[in-house]
Design a protein around this ligand. Structure first.
Ligand code: NAD
Length: 281
């Protein structure tokens, strides 16, 4: 079994992006800028945002974090997004989720200019991705896609099973695999026989949020298995895939941690740079 080392691939990607930022700076005399809005004091969100800021600085992006207390009014956030939409130094805007209950998530997502939507959640980007047009692609599925492609460049005709149908992970992942000419099955909590579906797959992407759901005898020999899950358990952080069991069958598997996670942040930087490049045309 080959361990797909997301940490290493993400480090390589960041190195390439740093070089690209240097070249863009030389050409345009400015660098791409990423602005993150963080609302409230949820610890995981604070950690994610800190990591995003650190990585953005490392590759040479202009990075800014705007913090609001939990009690901030929706109107204030929407007005700030409008300002950022009009600010030429801002290439990408990300509002860290989840949001406090009194703020309408969809309103916030739709307020972001689609050309600055580095999360790829705006309906315009969702539509463009499903139509096969250029768009921002949600960072985690993009990271999974790059890992799969690194390992297996030609995916045409492969059978892929995506476990989970969230807007964040499962649905965009399906679109990316379809674009590569895979035959894709998307499964979810109402799927009748998940094991039988997974047993058909050359590629499995698990994005569920249930610790070690995908077992060793669900995976056919030579499958590529990508584990998106990050689940806190008494035994530490585990994925949605039973690592020890599946590693005995699969051809290749991502570990948790050190698989998809590092790719997510690297892809956020990539999306910011891509938004900048599109804005310079
Ligand atoms: P979600 O809760 O929005 O969606 C979960 C999906 O799993 C749903 O579509 C649901 O139908 C499906 N599901 C639930 N129970 C199921 C079952 N028994 N069988 C089959 N499908 C089932 O979750 P999400 O936001 O997509 O996140 C999924 C996991 O990925 C979580 O563990 C989350 O922490 C992790 N995550 C990781 C990263 C990363 O960077 N690695 C990023 C985002 C999310």
């Amino acid at each position: 079994m080959i361990l797909i080392d997301g940490k290493k691939v993400a480090a390589e990607l960041r190195k390439e992006l740093k070089q690209e930022v240097t070249e863009l700076k030389a050409k345009h005399n400015k660098v791409p800028g990423l602005t993150v809005i963080l609302i409230g004091d949820l610890t995981p969100s604070q950690i994610y945002v800190k990591n995003k800021e650190k990585s953005a600085n490392e590759v040479g992006l202009k990075s800014e974090v705007i913090k609001y207390p939990d009690s901030v009014e929706e109107k204030t956030v929407l007005e700030k997004i409008q300002d950022l939409n009009n600010d030429e130094t801002v290439s990408g805007i990300l509002v860290q989720l989840p949001l406090p209950k009194h703020i309408d998530k969809q309103k916030v997502i739709e307020a972001i200019d689609p050309s600055k939507d580095v999360d790829g959640f705006h309906p315009m980007n969702v539509g463009n991705l499903s139509s096969g047009y250029e768009s921002s692609i949600p960072c985690t599925p993009l990271g999974c896609y790059l890992l799969i492609k690194k390992f297996e460049p030609n995916l045409s005709g492969k059978k892929a099973v995506v476990v989970g149908r969230s807007n964040l992970n499962g649905k965009p992942m399906t679109q990316l695999l379809l674009k590569e000419n895979c035959t894709v099955t998307i499964t979810h909590s109402k799927t009748k026989d998940l094991k039988a579906e997974c047993l058909e797959a050359d590629i499995i992407v698990a994005a569920v949020g249930i610790p070690e759901l995908v077992r060793g005898d669900w995976v056919k020999k030579d499958a590529i298995v990508i584990d998106v899950g990050i689940n806190k358990t008494d035994n530490g952080i585990v994925g949605d895939v039973h690592f020890d069991e599946v590693s005995k069958n699969a051809k290749a598997l991502t570990p948790v941690p050190g698989g998809v996670g590092p790719m997510t942040i690297a892809c956020l930087l990539k999306n910011t740079i891509d938004c900048f490049k599109r804005s310079q045309i």
